[in-house]
Design a protein around this ligand. Sequence first.
Ligand code: HEC
Length: 153
Amino acid sequence: MVYYWSNREHLFSVILVLLLGFSCNDKTETTEKTDKEKPELIMHEPSEMAALMNALYAFNLQAKNQIIAGETPVQIPLDLLRLHSAEMTKGKERTAVWNSFVNVFIESQQAVADTLSNTDLKVRHNSAINNCLACHKTECVGPIPKIKKLLIQ
Ligand code: HEC
């Protein structure tokens, strides 16, 4: 844990990710609207779920870099059970599709730090990321290109 936050480079990427936070909506659409209607700039707070998702992204970006460097990522320092309770952006909800993917994802994310596993670390990491993508395919398409970059080639 101490190592996790003490590495300046990692901290920087975490901050960058938080600043660049993505939403489900298609960015280009928003830009077009802004040009035509010139709405006031509204700074809205991200939902609890969006904040949790961005933290998941930041953790997995660090995990990817660690695995590539031959290191073993620490157990994820986030309470994944909050996926079941975190408040979502208005208009979003836990659908049947969400429910069918969420537990599979949680298990695969926890398996990355399972020191007793015989499965290759890279395979376990990519499996967790593919489960992010499986849910995102229907539940929130915007960040898919960004999430794909978490896969280790
Ligand atoms: C069970 C479905 C599901 C899984 C699994 C999932 N997501 Fe999400 N994700 C969503 C939904 C739904 C939202 C929109 C949440 C909201 O706006 O309240 C979201 C939002 C996001 C966002 C945008 C946050 C923002 O600022 O608006 C990012 C980035 C993201 N997810 C990354 C990930 C990553 C990385 C993983 C895996 C480590 C992951 N997600 C796993 C469903 C999922």
